[in-house]
Design a binder for this molecule. Structure first.
Ligand code: SF4
Length: 388
């Protein structure tokens, strides 16, 4: 049953929306808006917003056992993607007017085929994303974005003008700037907002129209800014979490309950999704290509080596070190969803690089399932004891 639109504000509103992250989109759909689901960090949400539709990030559910999906896919497959597909097969995404699935990894590609075969929507769009960063990749991705534009225009029944796209880019850049502002409040010790509150807010912001998200983030910034005078909540360690699609609070809450402040992240539902703005370029697609292809730091994209091992590590992971340094973390937890081969292949290099920079690292491989998280408690406690 759908909940009623919340009257709450700030963190209380984020908490309510977090409990049912499709509620606001379904409400708006009843009022006549179209809702387009999308996966991962590659589809430019600005295009969907510009056509007056609601972009809704597809997420799984760690509390829902995967049952239906496993009749169609092997269990040695990323359990986050299996969970998303499981929800789709259970009809939880039937309400969508369209779906955009990028070629993030081969697992996601496979889900595109199955999802759109068994549960086709009015729009079923596959966004091809190059794995290399060459000039030809930019040209290729620009053509792919042109195809996406045509497909979205058809389902919206409207033309995507430069003026509308430019306005949408500005709105989404504003959203990114607000989230960066919020993350800067985590530099303070103790941080003014917990990791658990942040993951709730950031994931919710991906499920509501950007204007509403901006209003909500502004409310939260104001609310947590009032905590300045009451600086409680300091814990023995400041931790950064690196990983894939952590779209729920379970793991972050566990780390914080074990005695750390999670102060920054490099995850698909965190900084990877919003850290960089879209530049307004003469041809707006060029700015989208630059932002979504070149500036999305994902292990699935090959970055050419500048010549030697150390320069390569710096080129690929220097930004993670910058986060760790600027947010003054005591250690980094690499939290990887089991069978995510793309990220697992990066982990030895990320670990070596960060340890070489003086940061203790804990590597955890886990299923996307809330019941599993508790089993990690002892390992996290032991790690925190060594860095506190
Ligand atoms: S977590 Fe890994 S396997 Fe899963 S969607 Fe992301 S890149 Fe693909």
């Amino acid at each position: 049953m759908m909940r009623k639109a919340t009257q709450a504000k700030g963190l209380a509103k984020a908490d309510e929306l977090y409990l049912d992250r499709t509620q606001r989109a379904r409400e708006l759909q009843k009022e006549g808006k179209k809702v387009i689901g999308y996966m991962c960090c590659f589809p430019p949400v600005e295009m969907i917003t510009a056509l007056d539709m609601v972009p809704l990030r597809i997420m799984g559910d760690v509390n829902e056992p995967i049952t239906k999906a496993d009749s169609y896919v092997e269990t040695i497959m990323c359990s986050f993607v299996r969970s998303c597909f499981d929800l789709a097969m259970k009809g939880k995404y039937d309400f969508l007017d369209g779906l955009v699935i990028p070629h993030s990894c081969d697992t996601v590609l496979k889900i595109y085929d199955l999802w759109t075969h068994y549960k086709p929507l009015a729009l079923n769009h596959y966004l091809d994303v190059p794995h290399m960063l060459q000039p030809a990749s930019a040209e290729f991705f620009k053509v792919a974005l042109g195809r996406l534009q045509n497909a979205l225009e058809q389902v919206a029944g409207a033309e995507l003008t430069d003026e509308k796209l430019c306005q949408a880019i500005e709105l989404h850049n504003q959203s990114r700037a607000l989230l960066r502002q919020l993350y800067h409040l985590r530099k303070i010790d103790p941080p003014l907002i917990t990791g658990r509150e942040v993951i709730r807010l950031v994931t919710v912001a991906m499920t509501i129209p950007v204007r509403e998200a901006n209003e909500l983030i502004q409310e939260v910034i104001k609310e947590v800014g009032n905590r300045q005078g009451n600086r409680s909540g300091k814990k023995p360690a400041r931790v950064m979490v690196y990983g894939t699609d952590i779209d729920n609070e379970a793991f972050i809450k566990l780390v914080e309950d074990c005695g750390a402040n999670v102060v920054v992240d490099d995850i698909c539902t965190g900084t990877k999704a919003f850290w960089h703005d879209v530049e307004i370029t003469e041809d707006l697609l060029d700015g989208l290509v630059d932002r979504y292809l070149f500036k999305t730091n994902c292990a699935r994209t090959y970055r050419e080596s500048p010549g030697n091992y150390l320069a390569d590590m710096e080129n690929r992971f220097g930004y993670i070190r910058d986060f760790a340094r600027d947010w003054q973390v005591d250690g980094v937890v690499l939290y990887v969803i089991r069978f995510c081969d793309t990220v697992e292949l990066d982990v030895p290099d990320v670990r070596d690089y960060l340890q070489g920079q003086g940061y203790p690292v804990l590597h955890i491989e886990d299923d996307y399932m809330a019941t599993n998280v508790g089993q990690l408690k002892t390992r996290i406690q032991a790690f925190l004891e060594t860095i506190s």
